[in-house]
Design a protein around this ligand. Sequence first.
Ligand SMILES: Nc1ncnc2c1ncn2[C@@H]1O[C@H](COP(=O)(O)OP(=O)(O)OP(=O)(O)O)[C@@H](O)[C@H]1O
Ligand SMILES: [Mg+2]
Length: 253
Amino acid sequence: MPIIRVEQVSKAFQVDGRVFYALDRVSMEARQREFVSIVGPSGCGKSTLLNLVAGLLDPDDGEIALQGDRSAPRLGRVGYMPQRDGLLPWRRLLDNLTLGPEIMGRDVAIARERARSLLPLFGLEGFERSYAHELSGGMRQRAALLRTLLCEQEVVLLDEPLGALDALTRRTMRDWLLDIWERFERTMVFVTHDVDEAVLLSDRIYVMSPRPGRIVSEITVDLSRPRGEGLLGQPSFISYRDEILNTLRESSA
Ligand SMILES: Nc1ncnc2c1ncn2[C@@H]1O[C@H](COP(=O)(O)OP(=O)(O)OP(=O)(O)O)[C@@H](O)[C@H]1O
Ligand SMILES: [Mg+2]
């Protein structure tokens, strides 16, 4: 049974009296412990899709089930790192990091200790007492990622979590993400613009069309793990990448 199941979901928004169709009958799923990526052009509805799965929005049409349950509220049942980092400006870094466990009524002292122990790995050591505006864009993004993972939900939705990072940090964070996913048996839904990254990380990739977003292709990445950077030049890797790039090109034409 898929842990996330989105069935024929459509969503429109009204802006200044005009209706914008963001998603058009989108179906996707993620099975337990799967790493699923979503790629698609800007504005195709990727963030909207994650907002729907997280329960921040409701579909106009179609159904979303978490763990097979279509009717239970979804809010609070998945870990979610939204595209905008959502760090609270009035909280210092460490208090931002422990927000999830705090809201869920968990032991905050334990959460703080765990957060503290992970600060070096995320390049945030020494900034425990900083406010969000005192951090760089990349630091904010790493903080938001760490905060999401500290919620310790089995299902984690990540909306371009690595977008603001330099190449080297991006690689480190990507490896760390894979490690978390494997070690803690998470189910990940990952939005990215980076096709190479999607192929490197994913078990399955959904490719979306421009607005209104539809799923135009579903690709199972049948490459053995662990997958290192060395894979980038391999014919098998390149053929996945080209397939996705071609699909994106064709659906935008
Ligand atoms: N709350 C909202 N109210 C009105 N329109 C919205 C709202 N949220 C999203 N939209 C519209 O829905 C469409 C999809 O937006 P969304 O943010 O999901 O795209 P995206 O694929 O995540 O894009 P990007 O890659 O740039 O992040 C856009 O046209 C956007 O303007
Ligand atoms: Mg987005």
